[in-house]
Design a protein around this ligand. Structure first.
Ligand SMILES: [Zn+2]
Length: 489
């Protein structure tokens, strides 16, 4: 495998924009400098023979959580498709507990209530009693702890009496902590044994193999410490992709050619008290910082709320117009009566079509029948004039964007059921969900043209065959900012 600083690359015999299999593309540094029918090799150029394969602008994952993905590599999978039943969960946690170093914790991820209901400490204690265990719900919003973990985190004193707990910590009868911690990641992290810095190089390699040349880390809690970790991984080259950071209005990542500041992330959670004025103030702070907003929005009510917030934030002062990069993250439920407002506000929906495949069979049981046609929509939004892009939401979704594209085309659950078939898009449109500019995810697809960044993904097949398959197996070469970051040839 040849990867590294290839300052000048000449790709020959490629299919670009549907034009034959004989096109050549030349890069120099981080730019595409020439495209022609048959460019000849210049001295010192590294030549790649595309053998007629389709050459794309590399994929950008518009919504991912890098640190959580790195942590997931060392975690126990606690939900479908790895684990479906209570005894399977118990066995997986038990195995992990037996392997944990003294003083260590077991970290489980991807839990869903279909496995063993809403887990409490008592459930987890029957599976692992002597080692601290924490299991994350696949929504990412909830941790569930066993009694050993509750004690280690200081939620109880040694006599088992509850001590002061933060809001968000669940309680059972007589105020006894039930082990359920809602949106308390920061609180919990301070109470965990010191962990080695997460290794982002495995994440970087995995994404590169999918043809991913850039990611938008959409983590709400990204503060200076997280931004520094991520930026350091980019600078070291562990993360060879381009990185767009969200986080709060005050975030200021280091300057680097592959790092940019994206929208301010705003989370509206179901069942949480709504601070309308605080939301408006956050939107205004984002505007003042010259940034768009990315609003986590998975219910009908949250969508109504954010539309009102944007109206208020943008309506009063001319200095706060709606911003071109404003986005709704997930848009899990978008009923038809809200689509016009979405379009008027110029909001881009950053969706996860693969949740139809990964979670669809549970949606069929759990979601109000009236909402089923409006889950993780795509084609209907586009028909109405709304901009749509996609992100994997890994580790909460599968990190392979090609699976996500296939789901956008098929709208099939894992068991083969159809959900919202009118929302299916064709393969080219599915691919385009990952080709938008990170600053305008739902805008026009980036293109392979002279002057464009040297961000490329070469497939083993020409366009028609590649679009029929939409598979990561076809990725033969990934180039980010002029460097070969994956070579599967
Ligand atoms: Zn997310």
């Amino acid at each position: 495998m040849k990867t590294g600083h290839d300052d000048r690359i000449l790709i020959i015999n490629a299919e670009v924009d549907g034009r034959g299999g004989t096109t050549s593309v030349r890069t120099n540094g981080d730019r595409i400098v020439a495209i022609g029918p048959e460019l000849s090799r210049a001295p010192g150029e590294y030549v790649v023979d595309a053998r007629g394969g389709m050459l794309l602008p590399g994929l950008h994952d518009h919504h991912i959580h890098l640190l959580a993905l790195a942590a997931a590599h060392g975690s126990v999978l606690c939900g479908p498709p790895a684990v479906h039943r209570r005894d399977e969960l118990a066995a997986a946690l038990h195995r992990a507990a037996a392997a944990v170093a003294p003083g260590g914790w077991v970290r489980g991820v991807g839990y869903h209530d279909s496995v063993a209901g809403p887990l409490t400490r008592d459930d987890l204690d029957t599976m692992v009693a002597d080692v601290p265990v924490r299991v994350q719900h696949r929504s990412g919003a909830l941790w569930m702890l066993n009694s050993a973990a509750i004690a280690a985190a200081g939620l109880e004193d040694h006599a088992g009496a509850a001590v002061s707990a933060p809001p968000g910590a669940g309680r059972g009868p007589a105020g006894r902590p039930d082990g359920r911690l809602f949106r308390l990641d920061d609180w919990l992290r301070e109470r965990l044994p010191p962990a080695p810095a997460p290794d982002l190089s495995a994440v970087g390699r995995q994404l590169a193999a999918f043809g991913v040349i850039g990611v938008t880390d959409a983590t709400a809690g990204t503060g200076p410490a997280e931004a520094e970790l991520l930026a350091a991984a980019v600078i070291r080259g562990d993360l060879p992709q381009r990185l767009t950071l969200t986080g709060g209005p005050e975030l200021a990542p280091p300057e680097h050619p592959r790092i940019r500041l994206g929208p301010v992330k705003i989370v509206i959670d179901e069942g949480e008290p709504v601070e309308f004025d605080t939301l408006v103030a956050t939107v205004r702070a984002a505007r003042t910082a010259g940034r768009a907003v990315a609003v986590h929005c998975v219910t009908r009510a949250a969508l109504v709320l954010i539309l009102a917030v944007l109206e208020t934030a943008g309506g009063e002062a001319a200095g706060h117009p709606s911003h071109p990069g404003d986005r709704v993250e997930h848009g899990a439920v978008i009923p038809p009566d809200l689509v016009d407002q979405l379009v008027e506000r110029g909001l881009t929906v950053v969706t996860q079509p693969h949740f139809i495949t990964e979670r669809g069979d549970e949606y069929l049981n759990e979601v109000d029948g009236e909402d089923l046609p409006w889950l993780y929509r795509c084609a209907g939004l586009r028909r109405a004039g709304a901009a749509v892009a996609a992100g994997t939401d890994a580790p909460f979704g599968d990190p392979d964007p090609w699976r996500s594209m296939r789901a956008a085309v098929t709208r099939r659950t894992a068991a083969g059921n159809l959900i919202g078939p009118d929302e299916a898009v064709g393969p080219a449109a599915a691919l385009a969900l990952y080709l938008g500019d990170p600053a305008r995810p739902g805008g026009p697809a980036r293109r392979v043209i002279p002057g464009a960044p040297a961000d490329l993904c070469l497939l083993a097949e020409p366009g028609p065959a590649a679009l029929r398959t939409l598979s990561a197996d076809l990725v033969t070469l990934t180039i980010a900012a002029g460097r070969i970051i994956a070579d599967n040839r």
